[in-house]
Design a protein around this ligand. Structure first.
Ligand SMILES: [Zn+2]
Length: 302
């Protein structure tokens, strides 16, 4: 049995697993993400050893997704707003030291987009944009069946398009990026401002208040939804994609977020382009990254 391994390094957790090309997950696991890149490499080495020991089949290729914009030529993360320890770390030689099959390295959100494209909500589409909303906002673009990486590998960073020039400082150094306007921190900040309560809540806690009728909680999501809608309209007018797929933990807020986002996107997009685009929820959840990384390696490694 030919297998492909995928590793998806997230801010708090590392998801990994083994797949067959025919949409079958043979194994999957989750571990906490280390704070330091050197510890991360050590962890990847030990997980790789364990995957091989399982002897579930022949692992033909391995794909990695790391957070941050990835320089294809140097095979390094150039800048990671949410995991700065990895910036300019020489990933390729560090992985080569223990990896004995062909492998690929890429940006984590690109890999999640590839996963949704291969196995998820984006199957067989002409073009799509994936947005994953969590602590940050990751995006990946598929154009005419191919992952769009840009000339140097930095493409698909819609999260750092400015939707509010007077907004908060973003991890990338700019202000009012889509990421900083819709991230978990912003929802909590909106809620503090609206409720007058000095609490630092998670999006889930604020969602629980919204469903109990807390107007400030509802409004905190509506404000973020409106910013998200501006981001969607940029993607719609700029790319005219067949689908925009929305994933990530914050999407659990459902219509509190989605309704204002779609309303805003409709207002700000060309109507033809808006009607042409289907806005849907992602279906692979937090598995999209490792599945995408493994599929990408299956098609591109070696
Ligand atoms: Zn930014």
């Amino acid at each position: 049995m030919n297998l492909y391994a995928g590793f998806d390094m997230g801010g708090t957790q590392l998801k990994y697993g083994l797949i067959e090309k025919e949409e079958n997950i043979v194994f999957e696991g989750t571990v906490d993400s280390p704070q330091k890149t050197v510890d991360l490499i050590r962890l990847l080495k030990s997980l790789w050893g364990k995957l091989k020991e399982m002897e579930k089949g022949t692992i033909k290729a391995v794909g990695f997704g790391f957070p941050g914009i990835f320089n294809q030529e140097k095979q390094q993360i150039f800048q990671s707003p949410n995991y700065p320890d990895i910036d300019n770390f020489d990933l390729h030689p560090a992985i080569s030291e223990f990896m004995d099959v062909p492998f690929t390295i890429n940006n984590d959100a690109n890999m999640a987009a590839y996963g949704e494209y291969m196995w998820g909500a984006g199957k067989n589409v002409h073009s799509m944009v994936l947005l994953t909303l969590g602590t940050g906002l990751g995006t990946g673009i598929i154009l005419e069946g191919k992952l769009w990486q840009g000339k140097c590998g930095y493409g698909g960073e819609l999260g750092h398009a400015v939707v509010n020039p007077d907004g908060d400082r973003c991890g990338c150094g700019s202000y009012g990026c889509l990421e900083s306007e819709v991230g978990a921190q912003k929802i909590a900040k909106n809620y503090r401002g609206l409720s007058g309560k000095n609490e630092n809540l998670t999006p889930e806690e604020i969602y629980n208040r919204a469903i109990r009728g807390d107007k400030a909680a509802e409004q905190a999501f509506a404000m973020v939804g409106s910013s998200l809608g501006k981001g969607l309209s940029i993607a719609i007018n700029f790319l005219n994609p067949e689908k925009i797929i929305l994933g990530g933990g914050v999407m659990k807020a459902g219509d509190f977020l989605l309704k204002p986002a779609i309303e805003e996107a409709r207002k700000r997009s060309f109507s033809g382009s808006f009607e042409c685009c289907s806005i849907e929820k992602a279906i692979l959840g937090n598995k999209a990254g490792f599945i995408g990384a493994a599929c990408y390696a299956a098609h591109n490694a070696g």
